[in-house]
Design a protein around this ligand. Structure first.
Ligand code: ATP
Ligand code: MG
Length: 254
């Protein structure tokens, strides 16, 4: 479909196209469509821009990722459909680890996602985990959803989970991991359970996250630890809810 650039909802329509295309290619599960729609709704309420509140969580997340010894970026169908290029860029700034971790895991979809990434990855800077090596099990999760790679999520100290499910976030936290989630819904269990929740749209916040990771590599560990320690996720989510409420109350309907 040709979406005219002048369309007021151009960006949003383009994302929908990518999501539908990923469904057709077998990368996305049907439930991924619903997840996307839920995200769109919250983005409408937020005003479809990165708030200063989200920017604070992006900075805290960047600091935590630079401090991490073994960070892993977990990807699902929606993330691959919308942002695989930026996921690869971010992984290159870190230790290069990306793990495929699907809610509805099928061999076919794993293989397709692997192929999608292979187009983006040159000369072995990136390790794509979780497809052939998901031999470990996250405790307290059913067997299919809890399968992870030993080198990846299983031993990671920090896991970045865009568009994650609440159960799995909680299980990772129970394993003692720090979890950074990207989720437009500040009320989701994922948002409430994560160490750091970025309440922003995935494709809008990834370039910012990459920018701050690059910048923060020049900071001392002390400075980075200060950024992380001064961040309070509960308070950030509360401010986000207040932001949405205030914004809705002051909107003019013309
Ligand atoms: P939880 O299991 O955490 O309570 P949920 O079950 O309500 O969440 P899911 O459908 O499991 O929600 O997960 C999809 C989440 O991803 C939603 O909260 C949605 O807001 C968010 N989401 C969808 N698309 C995007 C996007 N492009 N950027 C950021 N967040 C998104
Ligand atoms: Mg869920």
């Amino acid at each position: 479909m040709d979406i005219p650039k002048s369309h007021p909802r151009y960006e949003s329509l383009l994302k929908r196209e990518k999501i539908v295309e990923a469904l057709d290619k077998g990368i996305l599960a049907k439930a991924g469509l619903i997840a996307h729609g839920r995200g769109e709704t919250f983005d409408y309420l937020i005003g479809e821009k990165t708030t200063d509140i989200a920017l604070e969580s992006i900075k805290a997340a960047a600091a935590l990722l630079v401090l991490a010894e073994n960070p892993v970026i977990s990807v699902n169908g929606n993330t691959v459909a919308l942002a695989k290029e930026d996921v690869v860029k971010l992984a290159k700034e870190l230790n290069g680890k990306i793990e495929v971790n699907l809610f509805y895991r099928t061999r076919e979809r794993e293989e397709k996602i692997k192929k999608e990434f292979e187009k983006e990855i040159e000369n072995g800077e990136i390790r794509l985990l979780g497809v052939d090596d998901a031999n470990k099990q996250i405790p307290n999760l059913d067997s299919l959803r809890g399968k992870v790679s030993e080198e990846g999520i299983y031993t990671a100290d920090v896991v970045l989970v865009p568009l994650e499910d609440g159960d799995r976030t909680e299980a990772l936290i129970m394993m003692g991991k720090k979890v950074i989630s990207i989720d437009l819904n500040p009320l989701s269990r994922t948002a409430r359970k994560s160490t750091i929740t970025i309440v922003d749209e995935l494709t809008r916040c990834l370039p910012l996250l990459i920018k701050y990771v690059r910048e923060y590599k020049n900071k001392s560990r002390d400075e980075l630890e200060d950024i992380v320690n001064n961040y309070n996720n509960k308070e950030n989510l509360k401010r986000m809810l207040n932001y949405i409420a205030d914004r809705l109350k002051s909107l003019e309907i013309d």
